[in-house]
Design a binder for this molecule. Structure first.
Ligand code: G3I
Length: 315
């Protein structure tokens, strides 16, 4: 039977899953990643706190471990991420920086990390979660200190360090047409007009059954494609209020196939990445107590209805 990765490849796409470093030690779990998928994203290993724990001191141990695993198993790697308001090192968040200082810190970080992974990752989430729900810019340390120009600069610095890697903006709650995705639409249109290197828009797709399926997802993907960028589903999971039951699992399966269909309907939707793959390892219970069961494999690594639904949709 073809794997999810192979089924996606037949459509010219990839099908990946995120993995965090400690999970590689869970051998039956890690084996599944190598077997079923053709792409992966480090869940934490390439974030700023991991890659530059002291100013100017770089540590690529965690990211390299995942790159090496991926290489051994024939998976390609999405880089995640170059800047975000979370998981920044203490030296960065506790410092007081002038605009020029922070620009040079950001440039140095991006340059070192992108050069290190040149040829090893096919895409980067350059700027992660930079918009608020209402479509205004998130007041992260970079916005507060530098202003909105940090976004174009980050893209230009990443491009200079690796002219071939695909550069993405990435966020959650942007799967539907709405104020937040509208803000990205306007921003990307502007960046394109200004000849800033931007190749793609990442829709994380952390969905929850209790909030409803994102409105007009396919049309939303389509409008970004028409701007001349790729779209990727970058962190897909579909959580529910626990306990799970047959009806919720059936609805979850239906949503997994709807997301897959929405991507397959648009040529420039280049691939789908799950944020983990089994309920054994997921970020959700720690962040949303009482919710979970969000992935296509259960805690015992058995297929859930969602798994078959994705396969059906890819065929
Ligand atoms: O490394 C420490 C460890 O030393 C300590 O013992 C342990 C105790 O809590 O915490 C460990 O750090 C945790 C880290 O993951 C590494 O495992 C943090 O507490 C935990 O908050 C952190 O969670 C990550 C989260 O981003 C941070 O916001 C998740 O694993 C990761 O899956 C999640 O991923 C994000 C994407 O990057 C962006 N989009 C949303 C997505 C889900 O939140």
């Amino acid at each position: 039977d073809p794997t999810l990765g192979q089924l996606a490849e037949r459509t010219g796409r990839y099908f990946g899953a995120a993995v965090d470093n400690p999970e590689l030690a869970d051998t039956p779990y890690a084996d599944l990643l190598g077997k079923e998928f053709d792409a992966t994203t480090p869940g934490n290993g390439m974030k700023w706190y991991a890659t530059e724990p002291q100013r100017g001191v770089f540590d690529f141990t965690a990211g390299d471990e995942i790159v090496n695993y991926a290489k051994a198993k024939g998976l390609k790697v999405r880089g995640h991420n170059l800047l975000w308001h979370q998981q920044l090192p203490d030296w960065l968040t506790s410092g007081t920086w002038t605009k020029d200082e922070l620009r040079s810190i950001l440039k140095n970080h991006i340059t070192h990390v992108v050069k290190h992974y040149k040829g090893k990752v096919f895409a980067w989430d350059v700027a992660n979660e930079i918009m608020n729900e209402d479509g205004t810019y998130r007041e992260n340390i970079f916005y507060r200190t530098i202003g909105p120009s940090y976004i174009a600069d980050a893209l230009r610095w990443a491009h200079a360090a690796d002219p071939k890697v695909k550069l993405y903006l990435n966020d959650y709650n942007v799967e539907a047409v709405g104020p937040k995705s509208d803000a990205y639409y306007t921003l990307i249109k502007r960046l394109k007009a200004d000849h800033v290197p931007i190749d793609g828009f990442g829709m994380q797709a952390h969905l929850a059954l209790q909030y409803g399926f994102p409105d007009r997802m396919e049309q939303n993907i389509q409008r970004f494609a028409e701007l001349g960028v790729d779209v990727a589903i970058t962190e897909l999971d579909i959580r529910m209020i626990l306990p799970s039951d047959a009806a919720k699992l059936a609805q979850q399966a239906d949503w997994y196939s709807k997301v897959t269909d929405a991507c397959l309907a648009v040529k420039r939707c280049v691939g789908i990445t799950l944020w983990g793959y089994s309920d054994r390892h997921s970020w959700i219970p720690a962040v949303f107590p009482g919710e979970g069961a969000a992935l296509p494999w259960d805690e015992n690594l058995a297929h859930k209805p969602a798994y078959d639904a994705i396969r059906e949709a890819l065929r």
